[in-house]
Design a protein around this ligand. Structure first.
Ligand code: FAD
Length: 475
């Protein structure tokens, strides 16, 4: 068939994995094309993920701060919420960043083709061209011939099969649009995305119930950290139903009627104005005709890769959510750089020891490397040093004395192998623990590093002092 565009590097998808891969490829001298079905670059993360959610969490934090300011001697009146302005705020944050990405792509002479890409064979991709917001197929098709390819087609929200189609039932994308503040809302799924959105909507005034099949909220970090989050949050939510599932949902004109089943189900049928499905994400591996390119996709839709991000086809790479857990933007970006470098002929490897995870709830929970539970499960000989924020001057001044910082370290070598922080700005601080692990620091290295006083970040130095027995700051 005829070929419309030829390139050295084709990147499928323009999320953090895709744009990072494309930018690095172009910087390394490859003629690069990006295929993306959305109208803007940035993928899930920028358009309907990390960034808009943080814009809304910032709003939520502003509201919470005014509500807890009484004890500081300041009283604000009830918040008045202007949905249009709130949406405009989020849109501006997103468009500022999207414009930045567009000009970075342009500056590198990267060609962006809008549309749905499907492989035709190991060196050709067909694009069904889209217009508008990137959702409408125009009927036009373009064939791109490529020498090498990086697949960064990401993931999509799981839609539970028994849930009816109704505009009041949304996934994270719909929840981020924030068209209205419901009086009563149900969040299905107690993972990070569900809890972040529950935080936003409850701050805006919704009464939020949470239903979760597993026996815990926020799986991943140590339970002592989650307990702190719970203590700060349980009062703001309605029912929290663990080991329970939403079994039946009926959409009626006057509301969404839900029946629950399992462990902590209420017997009564509950009525909601809005339901958020946040029950996980599935990779898009089965939606790109990967088989035509000869690329293996596993039964869950992930594309297996080696430590150079290479698929079973030596000239085709894959990065980001589509290659596996954890589905996080920063992981995607680092994998993308490796893929581009290897494609350009460099001997690069993806060899990060650890990937941090952050729940941007209030308070934030951030963790990296080994948790205590994981170390125990694997029988690793570790010790734990914990610094309670009740002994941090800054935390007390900021009203955050409930938080803590803890380091997990190897008993013999004293090397740091993990860390967990819970409290405001935990996510901003966890980077130091990541660096410590990557550099093979032992606790003395951190303990002897002068941290600024009084800061929350100082608690990392202080927990290292707890670890090496030199801490004089805890009563
Ligand atoms: P994606 O960002 O999913 O990008 C894939 C792109 O490929 C999309 O733009 C898609 O349109 C395009 N595409 C797919 N198939 C095709 C095709 N056939 N043709 C053309 N284009 C195609 N992660 C964090 O690290 N921090 C956070 O705070 C965070 N918050 C999140 C909040 C929410 C609500 C959600 C949903 C996710 C969040 N994530 C967060 C996860 C993060 O968004 C993903 O890990 C990240 O976007 C993955 O990047 P990616 O490049 O692999 O894929």
């Amino acid at each position: 068939g005829s070929v419309d565009i030829e390139c050295e590097m084709l990147v499928l998808g323009a999320g953090p994995g895709g744009y990072s891969a494309a930018f690095r490829s172009a910087d390394l001298g490859m003629k690069t094309v990006i295929v993306e079905r959305y109208a803007t670059l940035g993928g899930v993360c920028l358009n309907v993920g990390c960034i808009p959610s943080k814009a809304l969490l910032h709003v939520a934090e502003m509201i919470e701060k005014t509500q807890s300011s009484n004890d500081l001697g300041i009283t604000f009146s009830e918040p008045q919420i202007n949905i249009d302005k709130l949406q405009a705020h989020t849109e501006k944050v997103v468009s500022t960043l999207a414009n930045g990405l567009a000009s970075m792509a342009k500056g590198r002479k990267i060609k962006v083709v809008r549309g749905y890409g499907n492989f035709l064979d190991p060196h050709h991709l067909e694009v069904e061209v889209t217009d508008g917001k990137g959702q409408n197929r125009t009927g036009a098709r373009k064939v791109i011939k490529f020498q090498k390819c990086i697949i960064a087609a990401g993931s999509a929200a799981v839609h539970l099969p028994f849930i009816p189609h109704d505009s009041r039932i949304v996934d994270s994308t719909g929840a981020l649009e924030l068209n209205f503040v419901p009086q009563k809302m149900l969040v299905i799924g107690g993972g990070i995305i569900g809890l972040e959105m529950a935080t936003v909507y409850s701050s805006l005034g919704a009464r939020v119930d949470i239903v979760e099949m597993a026996d815990v909220l926020m799986p991943g970090p140590d339970r002592d950290a989650v307990r702190i989050w719970e203590r700060q949050n349980l009062h703001r939510f309605g029912k929290i139903m663990l080991k329970t599932k939403a079994a039946e949902i009926e959409a009626k004109d006057d509301g969404l009627y839900v029946k629950f089943e399992g462990g902590n189900a209420t017997a009564e049928t509950m009525k909601y104005d809005m339901i958020l499905q946040a029950a996980g994400r599935i990779p898009n591996g089965n939606k790109i005709a990967a088989d035509k390119a000869g690329v293996i996709v596993d039964e869950r839709g992930f594309i297996p890769v080696d430590s150079q991000m290479c698929t079973n086809m030596p000239h085709i790479f894959a990065v980001g959510d589509i290659v596996g857990q954890p589905m996080l933007a920063h992981k995607a970006m680092h994998e993308a750089h490796t893929a581009a470098e290897v494609a350009a002929g460099t001997r690069a490897f993806f060899d990060a020891l650890v990937t941090p995870v952050v729940s941007y709830t209030h308070p934030e929970v951030a963790w990296v490397g080994y948790t205590e539970a994981q170390a125990k499960k694997e029988g690793r000989n570790v010790d734990v040093a914990r610094f309670p924020w009740a002994a941090s001057g800054r935390a007390i001044a900021n009203g955050a004395d409930y938080g803590f910082t803890k380091l997990i370290f190897d008993i013999k070598t004293r090397r740091v192998v993990g860390g967990t922080i819970v409290g405001p700005s935990a996510g901003d601080m966890i980077g130091e623990v990541c660096l410590a692990i990557e550099m093979g620091c032992d606790v003395v290295d951190i303990a002897r590093t002068i941290h600024p006083h009084p800061t929350l970040g100082e608690t990392i130095g202080l927990s290292a002092e707890v670890a090496d027995g030199s801490c004089t700051d805890i009563p």
